[in-house]
Design a protein around this ligand. Sequence first.
Ligand code: RIB
Length: 337
Amino acid sequence: MATIRDVAKRAGVAPITVSRVMNNSGYVKPETRRRVEEAAAELHYVPNMLAHSFRSKRTNTLALVLPDITNPFWTTVARGVEDVAGAQGFSVFFCNTDENETKQSRYLAALLRRRVDGVLLAPVTNDGTTVQMLLRQNVGVVVIDRKVKNIEVDTVRGDSIGGAYQLVRHLIDLGHRQIAALSGPANLSVSQDRVAGYAQALNEAGLTIDPSLVTFGDFTIESGRDRMQALLARRPRPTAIFAGNNFIAAGALTVMREAGLRTPEDISVVVFDDLPDPYVFEPKLTVAVQPAYELGQVAAQRLLQKINHPATKMNDVCDVILPVQIIIRQSTRSIMT
Ligand code: RIB
């Protein structure tokens, strides 16, 4: 367990400076404060004098640590969390990690110092170390949207395997064989599960999987653009794409439009997550929609149960998988000859 001296050494300051930062007392130059907070985050340092009092008092605050606050999926999850928490008198801190481990560590250290009662975490890797650290500090944790390895912890997520399977099955039934999968970050279970659902549909139809048609990247528009550009250079060109999330689809569709390609006439498109009206693309997209609002509600309810009934410790650990809804619209067509 890191000490105040370890943090001081790493930040290149005196221990008293670390103490001032941790207690928000006395003046500390912003650059010094940033260095100390970064060092504390990297060392998972929690001031002992607070660690003891951590659990003795409640602050009636939760935190939602999510990877992309610009994505409508996550703002809808946040709404579900806030509505449940607010009804029980809890305030919610919203933290945006950009799927970045340093940002995640910095936020979690700041939340621990502010003695939040519980954390709803979409972890930026599938490694359980961060969750273990939080549980060791007696902070309530519910993991959302993705699973972590090596630790049993309450998890609430969408059915990525089932949703991906149904979308790709739909393409196969329309006669598509050259189907590209553009998934999210490779170290996330949610990305792996979407490729697993894609593979299950192809295997079930007796089709071989061409690994060069399966890519992992970021859940971003830019990543969708980059990977779609590469796919357009392939011969034969895929007749369909399965986009691992809504922003990947937005990037891919923009590149297709710039290349003069139409959906579904030239390339059919299916997407995990919907794009709400302000992003509307013509044609309307065929999607797998996760119950994002309900996911936020269920996760917050679970977390508050644990906080409000610590005595029971609720040793049973849940893994709630919420079904997705498939909506067939106009972005796919049959190529059966
Ligand atoms: O960016 C939104 C995506 O990230 C969603 O598909 C959600 O499942 C999360 O993984």
